[in-house]
Design a protein around this ligand. Sequence first.
Ligand code: AMP
Ligand code: MG
Length: 492
Amino acid sequence: MTDHQLPANQGWNFEHSYAELPANFHASVMPTRVAAPQLIVFNKDLAAMLGLNPEGISNAEAANMFSGNNLPQGARPLAQAYAGHQFGNFTLLGDGRAILLGEQITPDESKFDIQLKGSGPTPFSRRGDGRAALKPMLREYIISEAMHALGIPTTRSLAVVATGEPVLRDDVLQGAVLTRVAASHIRVGTFEFARAKGRPDDLQALIEYTLIRHFAEGFATENPTLALLEEVIDRQAKLVAQWMHAGFIHGVMNTDNMAISGETIDYGPCAFMDTYHPMTVFSSIDREGRYAYANQPKIALWNLERFAESLLPFLHEEPETAAQLAEQALEGFAEKYNDAWLGGMCSKLGLFNVEENDAALVTDLLGLMHNGKSDYTNTFRALSKFESGLPQEGLFGSADFEAWKTRWLERLEGQHKNKKYVVELMRRSNPSVIARNHRVEAALSAADEGDLSVMEKLLGVLANPFDDSPAHAEYSTPAGADFAGYKTFCGT
Ligand code: AMP
Ligand code: MG
């Protein structure tokens, strides 16, 4: 399995708290060796944040370590069990191609899961091969890092290693392993798994573990399980609001892809929207638009209902009271989401607070953008330059927009805020670059052919999405007409 343990000076500092959960929740499994690991990308900034010593890790060592050939010191690999509602249908799942190495304790005492994805079969693989292909793993790397730079809670990517082995899908693809870093990999589906197994002690252990890991303050309340439910509802409401602000479409919001920590997880068929249309869907498997852009808040609530159901036995001993408590908590989602969404949209328009007519101001603009087939990101970024005058073309040239602009400028005036601060707020709230699909695809295709320069340049630009650098100009152009109908595929 492993050749030898790597030197201690790399900074690994693992804990294995998940392994202490009851045996049903995990299975020990070693990564399967790969033939010829080659380091494709390594996130040195993230490594440093984790307390690793990137300079102490050579490329060859990184390739061996992040492919699973030669485990980091102190790793104790396991696959996690979970269940999930996939497109509404309940299934038992588990890490079929991912292996947790342990929880890295950082210099500031934070704890992060370090997980290899694509590192070979596990007891939960079902018919899958446990492997992943290079392009989807690089896609996860690029988009998760872009999300992080946008300030959206997300799992992150530490490395991608090509395995030197083929993976068989519709075509023969290059294999790869991604190292994912997450606050934890506890999912709504982990709770559904515990409930479905019908072992109350296991469920209770999971609730306590999750509270300790993500919300220890909850123990100080009268009903810690209810506090956990409310906290998860709150985090998801805020997270999905941030997706909506950025025009991000997750694409496969199954309950197994919703992290309790409040981080975005599982970058499969996700994408950023170019032209504003509320029903935008990119995923090739989402034929009915269940996970379309505008449906995301509704689906988040649906998933949270599954979470609440799993918690019922510990919300209250009386089933009726438990159901009432769950319902009340879930009713809070709408307000939490609306507040987060509207507050963020107001920031995008340079408004420091939310007033009575602001919801109409925002939705009227979105209506104009919808009719005008406007680019979502570029329209808001252009508005942030209102001081120097807006271009008189497209949406901005229309009479309807002119009427809207008058309302908006009046509202801005009424704030009595220095224009400098308004512009600053708008610049911080409206990225000039997002991971546009055609740019991501170009980077992935070049990388697949062995040219990493396109991806490296893209990663550099996406790391500072709010800058106005000349280097950004070419990355802010929407895709041409030949890219219409673009589809994404599940990360296989
Ligand atoms: P996802 O759609 O990526 O969230 O994956 C759903 C489930 O399928 C998870 O349990 C994965 O571990 C599993 N899975 C996806 N691809 C593979 C594969 N190539 N081999 C084994 N399991 C897989
Ligand atoms: Mg998943």
